[in-house]
Design a protein around this ligand. Sequence first.
Ligand code: AMP
Ligand code: MG
Length: 465
Amino acid sequence: MNISLSSDFANAVPEMAVSWEAVPVGEPELLALNEPLAAELGLDPAWLRADGLPFLVSGKGVAQAYAGHQFGGYSPRLGDGRALLLGELTDTEGRLRDLHLKGSGRTPFARGGDGLAAVGPMLREYVVSEAMHALGVPTTRALAVVSTGHVVQREEPLAGAVLARIAASHLRVGSFQYARNTGDLDLLRRLADHAIARHHPGSTYLELFAHVVAAQASLIARWMLVGFIHGVMNTDNMTISGETIDYGPCAFMEAYDPTTKYSSIDHRGRYAYGNQPIIAEWNLARLAEALLPLFADDEDEAVSLALATLRTFDAHFEEAWTGGMRAKLGVSGDVKPLLEDLLALMHENHVDFTSFFHLLGKAARGDAEPARSLFLDLAAIDAWLARWRELKPDGGAMDRVNPVYVPRNHLVEEALAAGAAGDMGPFDRLLKAVTSPFGERPGLEYFAAPAPQDFSATYRTYCGT
Ligand code: AMP
Ligand code: MG
């Protein structure tokens, strides 16, 4: 078998594609393979495990150029410092998907970095992205993690790995910032034409922007509906497709608190849970600036078109968030006051986000005690439950949207630590739990429970990914 790859990106914008080859690996060992995804891509899992293994860890491709605002500060040249786009493949449904390696060695964009990745962070991206997919959140997918035999020097020496990743595309807000920053309007136009052909055929440039605004607004709402915090929403980590990308210092919130952040480098909480919509909108304003010359020849007109489109963000977000919350509460109609009061109560009582909505399904079926017991202020939650019950919640429908199993931070850490030490058992068990997140299954209680208090109080994820 052979993998047939196209080079649409490299052909469309050769100035943004540096031909490169992955660093040779010593002893590749397959740590995780996504068989259902392989099948979706028309790849034989048995072949990938044997003769096809080199495709998951090595090969020729391009390092993609992009710029980006990182924590608000602009870098005109970031790019794939340790990653390669091997090319695009056509899946069994005829869709074009990027095949991309992460941790494949230094490229001309590596700056001071070593171009490598350690086993732990690549397994983190694998399990969290696959959990997000199972939760119905648009995301890049993990095809495989292969350990390389390289030693990666971080705070301590770690085993190296390569992640093979699949995406609708790797076009980012930062890709457009890069093109715009070159001052080459023809390049900007070719990049936008490529994005349109790939994601929204037939659209105008302004329609492309409108699609991205809508996709990002809905994406952030979906993140928040499952308690997800991306952690590093720099413009180079925000896709044009609307897929979640780059799982670094990400985490699932436990006790509800909009100021929650886990990233060790996000000192000011720029990317905290509740800030995510505003940051996404800020990033989209940067995209609008980059695309401006394509909207209209007259700059004032271009700005007013961009602003009018950007302003649709709030309505898209509101619709996705409120609609999603209605589903989580199992009710229809106006839930706004009910929801505000609930979130305030959850905040005051430090209530676990995932557990509450899951247990609320039981309350819809008559057993309110498990959900109730998460609160200290019983009178307040009883009053709230009484109001909610008047809306005749549908417990069955709630169970289909409120997950029982999400990759909780302590479970992920445990699985990664074992994986890095050569035991993939905990990772495999966690992956099984979180890739079927809905509906309680016997024997999996461990994966539904919140972290021990002392763990939650001190947990941070590190960007040394
Ligand atoms: P991130 O915030 O992880 O998405 O990465 C930001 C930038 O740093 C991108 O340009 C990455 O390619 C680059 N980068 C991150 N880690 C490394 C590394 N170990 N070696 C080279 N480049 C890296
Ligand atoms: Mg990135």
